[in-house]
Design a protein around this ligand. Structure first.
Ligand code: TXE
Length: 496
């Protein structure tokens, strides 16, 4: 049988032990079929370790554990106590910030400073939803004098949660926070590219005192464990973040099985619009952060940049200088801004888009090649004079590749901005309040930033219009995606 733990080392933490089994019922168990898979360090292309791979049988066991907890211990836990557990977990995450951030840098390749930022946001998210746990209220509705009507928001039951590799721990917190606060139990499957930080996190779940089975975390492949979760007859909801193609598959599986509830947070191709009157230095910082943050592996990346004609040439010249200053390299160096892409597959996909941009005749302003000769590093790349019909303007690249085009006026840029199957995010840079509000209102996107970019917060709902998804995560709105309303009507005046 494969070992269920491994000794790892990072420059920040030194050596530490990591459990590599499946976390079910607060225990580390091996996968039933004994399968494992290798986890690759994207900075070196070397194997970090192997972890246990959940297959259908393991998903059944995890779902049964979650169901039992839902019907027993978790049902008997008061909302206040649920909040305390989430707060305790947040405290433990905060205490272990260096460990968790280092594992993220090792496995995902994001810079250690960014990874610490992610873990800080995990803490905030868990505390936020811990705060909500005892504030989830129904209504009394006055309908008739001889009746009492009230509503109860009740938990859905067992939630399957499938997360991607771009923000492994942060996506986990967005998913489990509202689910656990509202009294659900969870089976969460991490992305096969980045299972490690969630394994370290699972130890903290146990330490925080959650009853066994409330939160189960499994490593595994999408087409095996992910498919088993989304088609499971005893899973009441599936929450997914990932590609639009897989989102469609999950929805079909939900429909074909037990019509489980579905929330989806999918791809994007977000427009980032810069008007002539914008503060150009601030706009360049925002455009730079909008596309290159997390190596462009952000669903809301500002990957389509539209610059008004009066400042177009000046903007491109200044943005080139700014993008070339981004420090690309070893994620464990404090000054690094951009690490490697997550995998060979993602690297190849992105380089394919870079080639398509060149082939279709867009102008390479900077970058356009790999960085170094080892690891999945790509130079921050800017394409200018990109036509609206080019592949790099239409499709999600999910890498450090920015496509820029010129526009004349407000109405034209609204049309261009909305010319996408996606509608996750958008941004407007201008000093004119009227332009800012008018354009924000007209853009079909779940989030619009004005004079900033990527300003996410656990209290602010996030999600997509059009093919960018269904439902909202974060904020109070996420709670509704984890509860069912029950209406109770009581006839009064009778002896019970
Ligand atoms: O995503 P997948 P991939 C986009 C981005 C990227 C592209 C492909 O454009 O280039 O998707 O990335 C699980 N049933 N985003 O291939 O496959 C899988 O195991 C159930 C946007 O990595 O969607 C993983 O846990 N689950 C994005 C998760 O889905 C399945 C984040 C995401 O993997 C499954 C990531 C199946 N049949 C990629 N197949 C965002 N919105 O932030 C896979 N999975």
């Amino acid at each position: 049988m494969a070992a269920t733990s491994v000794e790892l080392k990072t420059p920040v933490t030194g050596s530490f032990k990591l459990n590599t089994g499946l976390f079910i019922n607060n225990e580390w168990v091996p996968a039933v079929e004994g399968k494992t898979f290798e986890v690759i360090n994207p900075s070196t292309e070397e194997v970090i370790c192997s972890v246990h791979e959940a297959t259908e049988k393991d998903v059944d066991i995890a779902v049964a554990a979650a169901r039992k907890a839902f019907n027993t211990t978790w049902a008997e836990t008061t909302p206040y106590q649920r909040g305390l557990y989430l707060n305790k977990l947040a405290d433990l995450v905060e205490k272990n910030i260096d460990l968790l951030a280092s594992i993220e840098s090792l496995d995902n390749g994001k810079s250690i400073t960014m990874a610490r930022g992610d873990v800080g946001a995990v803490v905030g998210c868990l505390r936020y939803y811990g705060g909500w746990a005892d504030k989830i209220e129904g209504k009394t509705i006055d309908i008739a004098p001889d009746m009492l009507h009230y509503t109860r928001p009740e938990p859905l039951g067992v939630c399957g949660q499938i997360i991607p590799w771009n923000f492994p721990l942060l996506m986990l917190s967005w998913k489990i926070g509202p689910a656990l606060a509202t009294g659900n139990t969870v089976v969460l499957k991490t992305a096969e590219q980045t299972p490690l930080s969630a394994l370290a996190f699972a130890d903290l779940v146990k330490e925080a005192g959650f009853p066994p089975g409330v939160l189960n975390i499994i490593s595994g492949y999408g087409r095996v464990a992910g498919a088993a979760l989304s088609s499971h007859m005893d899973v009441d909801k599936v929450a997914f973040t990932g590609s639009t193609a897989v989102g469609r598959t999950i929805m079909k599986a939900a429909a074909a099985s037990n019509l489980k509830k579905v929330t989806l947070e999918l791809g994007g191709k977000s427009p980032n619009i810069v008007f002539n009157d914008a503060d150009i230095d601030a706009a360049i910082d925002a455009v730079n952060f909008g596309i290159y943050f997390n190596h462009g592996q952000t669903c809301c990346a500002g990957s389509r940049v539209y610059v008004q004609e009066g400042i177009y040439d000046k903007f491109i010249a200044a943005f080139k200088i700014r993008a070339e200053q981004n420090k690309v390299g070893d994620p464990f160096l404090e000054e690094t801004f951009q690490g490697p892409q997550v995998s060979q597959l993602q690297f190849d996909r992105i380089m394919g888009y870079v080639k398509a941009g060149k082939d279709e005749g867009a102008t390479v302003v900077t970058g356009g090649a790999r960085h170094g000769d080892k690891g999945f590093f790509i130079q921050p790349t800017i394409f200018a004079d990109v036509r609206q019909d080019m592949k790099i303007m239409q499709e999600e690249i999910f890498g450090p590749v920015c496509a820029i085009a010129k526009f004349k006026d407000v109405e034209e840029v609204i049309k261009l901005g909305n010319d996408s199957e996606y509608g996750l995010a958008a941004a407007v840079h201008t000093k004119d309040l009227n332009t800012a509000i008018y354009v924000s209102n007209k853009l079909r996107a779940g989030t619009v930033w004005v004079n900033c970019y990527n300003q996410l917060h656990w209290a602010l709902p996030f999600g997509g219009f059009k093919s960018s998804g269904i439902g909202r995560e974060l904020g109070e709105l996420a709670l509704a995606n984890y509860t069912e309303n029950k209406s109770v009507a009581i006839k009064l005046g009778q002896t019970l």
